[in-house]
Design a binder for this molecule. Sequence first.
Ligand SMILES: [Zn+2]
Length: 113
Amino acid sequence: MHEFSIAVNMVDIALEYAEKSNAARVNEIELEIGELSGVVDDAMEFAMEAAIKGTLLENAKVKIVKIPGLANCRSCGNEFKIENFFDPCAKCGAYNPDIISGKELRVKSLNID
Ligand SMILES: [Zn+2]
């Protein structure tokens, strides 16, 4: 399961930060998930719940922020919303746009005590 290894990785990053900051616990973890990352929300929430068990993040609220896919056309410079990597430019129909956002998979913030 793709989401589970991502969740474990996110929790590792959060734990490393929390330990460095001498946190007693983590109240909230906020994740940024790009719409082009291929991650399924429900699966991600489920995976996070499993990944935080028995860690400093055990009771943390998991907040997932979705980042919409945005691309810039290399042919005409048009900026447009993209739902998958192979979408053509909405204006001129060219393929292989530059992806501006939507690939994010990261820990955005932590609320610690
Ligand atoms: Zn274009």
